[in-house]
Write a protein that binds this ligand. Structure first.
Ligand code: NDP
Length: 339
């Protein structure tokens, strides 16, 4: 069987995090509900990922797949493929659990669903606090963070971090915390380089993780107005050919060379292997300069339905949208499968 050798970055608490992880967000269907049809493929691809050497898994309460992720981990440990301490499991606390005491409720729920004794990294999924009914609870993320510091001190988690925080929010959190966040997980791809935010995080010893690392490059995310590069972009193909790699590998390698962790999602075994086979070549200065030119600030993940809520981290746009039911209703609704 093929093997990949994924290096690690160091977090500000001295722990190590593999520079590339397996993303488990299966997306939403056309009605913004959670589709479970992708789960069997994800289970197979995640099993394969661990078999070939992936050690970092990115999941979240929101994704409704923690039980399946836990089952794969359990199976791989029982098969002797991996030891628990060799794995790095990240999960996230959703917006409904932002009261200080609720963070522990959420983390204990994740531990139970994942069937783990501890979680390696728990993130505040978004800085906004929104109830199941879509009400803006206006809970300060500094209060929520105290809940994170508490689950850390109780040993339920090894590291704590945030996601989707902007520069101002990171700055305020860093100035008002006991334990600094180990990471900020944000969207980064060729269209959205996030230079200012990445520089700020790195200057403050906060590691950055890139979600949606392919942006709209891949057909599943591509829309009529989405900018270049796509997978068939001639400039990208030229760089890829020069290194004997694929366009997606060049894209992920560029993130690695910027000191950024990436967590690409794929339910396709060949892509599981492809995405992690990026640690045996180096982009040169000219490649890096060419890739940097694709940065135009275009966001793939634009949850504009949250933009009027306190602490929405991105620029607002004139459009209006209702919060999709799948991001709101957790019980007694379409997503009654998981608490
Ligand atoms: P990605 O950028 O990882 O893109 C996923 C898509 O790319 C899928 O359609 C996949 O297809 C396709 N793909 C993967 N590898 C290749 C390849 N080598 N060649 C061609 N196509 C490929 O987007 P995500 O939004 O899923 O982001 C990754 C992860 O980040 C998520 O799974 C989740 O864990 C995390 N995330 C976190 C967020 C947050 O708010 N903190 C928000 C969004 C994501 P297929 O699966 O069919 O192979």
């Amino acid at each position: 069987m093929a093997r990949v050798n994924i290096p690690s970055f160091k977090l500000n608490n001295g722990r190590e995090i593999p520079a590339l992880g397996y993303g488990t967000w299966l997306g939403m269907d056309e009605k913004f509900g959670f589709s479970t049809s992708g789960i069997p493929k994800m289970v197979e691809a995640l099993s394969y990922a661990i078999d070939i050497g992936y050690r970092h898994i990115d999941t979240a309460h929101l994704y409704r797949v923690e039980p399946e992720v836990g089952q794969v981990i359990d199976k791989k440990i029982k098969e002797g493929v991996v030891k628990r301490e060799e794995l790095f499991v990240t999960t996230k606390v959703w917006q409904h659990f932002h009261r200080e005491a609720d963070v522990e409720v959420s983390v204990r729920g994740s531990l139970r669903r994942l069937n783990l004794d501890y979680i390696d990294l728990v993130l505040m999924h978004w800085p906004m606090s929104i109830s199941q009914d879509g009400v803006d609870e206006k809970i300060d993320y500094l209060e929520t963070w105290r809940g994170f510091e508490s689950v850390l001190s109780k040993g339920l988690v090894k590291s704590i971090g945030v996601s989707n925080f902007n520069v101002q929010q990171m700055d305020r959190l860093l100035k008002n915390c006991k334990v600094p966040p180990a990471t900020n997980q944000i969207e980064i791809n060729l269209n959205l380089g996030q230079k200012e935010l990445v520089d700020f995080c790195h200057a403050n010893k906060v590691l950055v993780t890139a979600y949606s690392p392919f942006g709209t490059m891949v057909p599943s995310r591509s829309a009529p107005n989405s900018p270049e590069p796509k997978l068939n972009n001639p400039t990208m193909l030229e760089i890829a050919k020069k290194h004997g790699k694929t366009v997606t590998q060049v894209t992920l390698r560029y993130l690695y060379q910027r000191g950024i962790v990436s967590i690409p999602k794929t339910v396709t075994n060949s892509r599981v292997l492809e995405n992690a086979s990026i640690f045996d070549f180096t982009l040169d200065e000219a490649d890096v300069a060419t890739l940097a030119k694709f940065d135009n600030g275009f966001r793939t993940v634009r949850p504009i339905f949250w933009q009027d809520y306190d602490n929405y981290p991105f620029d607002k746009v004139p459009e209006k949208l209702e919060i999709p039911e799948g991001l709101r209703i957790w019980k007694n609704g379409i997503n009654s499968d998981i608490d």
